[in-house]
Design a protein around this ligand. Structure first.
Ligand code: NAD
Length: 294
């Protein structure tokens, strides 16, 4: 069993740290928020307000933070304090360039490291069913795999440094684009007199088939678990989709990739969020399109 320093005990990090405690590890946690610390302490995490307090002597350091700037700041602060050879894992969703920089900082400090962003949301974090997309050396992957398995059910090594973040934003760019496409089709179908169920029955088994139809249909009825049946409460909030689409655009610019639909999806979600829908589910973009906005 390992001693783990877990930094960032928010909506995702809190339940992930709790699952590491349940798996029998000693988990020390840090967060700036007293409420997050209290919730984690109730799950058996030894908490502190300061990351620097919990890193010395830990075998593994995990960060679950809002953005790349914070990840680099926290790694920069804690790498010099860690035991030589410790494993640093960042599970936040951040830009690929910052993820690669974090790996370089870890190697320079004599540590091994992984970028290991997740999908599965808060429900998956609580249930221990997250998917981890992992970048880093094979040795680091083998060292980290048992811990990731305590927090997730599917662990995929995508390649070397930054490959986990690259896979995450490529996947979520597909999702943002496909959801808008599915919403356009359902809203157009309404105007053409087509029932939601008829379009679902055809498109869910035809060449238009995709996750945005089969698992997350943006109209009430065909998929009872989708947020459309629940007033478009998230689910996956517009602001999180927008964050990932912006990261995808940064990556495209940095890598010289041509992503016109990714750019359009980011712009549409940006306007939807600015119209006051940032906290609602991203499939609610269908209502925006129905109003003739885009
Ligand atoms: P959150 O805002 O709930 O949690 C982040 C936590 O980090 C907060 O509790 C904050 O106080 C803490 N924090 C910030 N700076 C800190 C510092 N310097 N030291 C210690 N603690 C600090 O966010 P979340 O929803 O848990 O998301 C975390 C990451 O996971 C993000 O990168 C997000 O994009 C990604 N993610 C979220 C979801 C989701 O559904 N919420 C799904 C997949 C990925």
């Amino acid at each position: 069993m390992s001693t783990i320093a877990f930094i960032g005990l928010g909506n995702m990090g809190g339940p992930m740290a709790a699952n590491l405690v349940k798996a029998g590890h000693t988990v020390r946690g840090a967060d700036l928020s007293a409420a997050a610390r209290e919730a984690a302490a109730a799950q058996g995490v030894e908490v502190s307000g300061n990351a620097a307090d919990i890193v010395p002597g830990a075998d593994v350091v995990i960060t679950m933070l809002p953005n790349g700037r914070l990840v680099l700041a926290v790694w920069g602060e804690t790498l010099p304090l860690a035991k030589k050879g410790a494993l640093f894992i960042d599970s936040s969703t951040i830009d690929v360039d910052s993820a690669r920089k974090a790996h370089e900082m870890a190697a320079a400090a004599g540590m091994i490291s992984l970028d290991a962003p997740v999908s599965g949301g808060v429900g998956g974090a609580a249930a221990g069913t997250l998917t981890f997309m992992v970048g880093g050396a094979q040795e680091a992957f083998e060292a980290g795999r048992p811990l990731l398995e305590a927090m997730g059910k599917k662990i995929v090594r995508c390649g070397d440094a930054g490959a986990g973040q690259a896979a995450k934003i490529c996947n979520n760019m597909i999702l943002g684009i496909s959801m808008i496409g599915v919403c356009e089709a359902f809203a157009m179908g309404e105007k053409l007199g087509l029932s939601h169920q008829a379009l679902f029955d055809v498109a869910s088994t035809s060449s238009g088939q995709c996750w945005s139809i089969t698992s997350y249909c943006p109209v009430p009825g065909p998929v009872p678990t989708s947020p459309a049946n629940n007033g478009y409460r998230p689910g996956f909030a517009v602001e999180l989709m927008l964050k990932d689409l912006k990261l995808a655009q940064e990556a495209a610019a940095s890598a010289g990739a041509t992503t016109p639909l990714g750019a359009a999806a980011a712009a549409i979600y940006e306007r939807f969020a600015a119209a006051g829908f940032g906290g609602t589910d991203f499939s609610g973009i269908i209502n925006y399109l129905r109003e003739g906005r885009s």
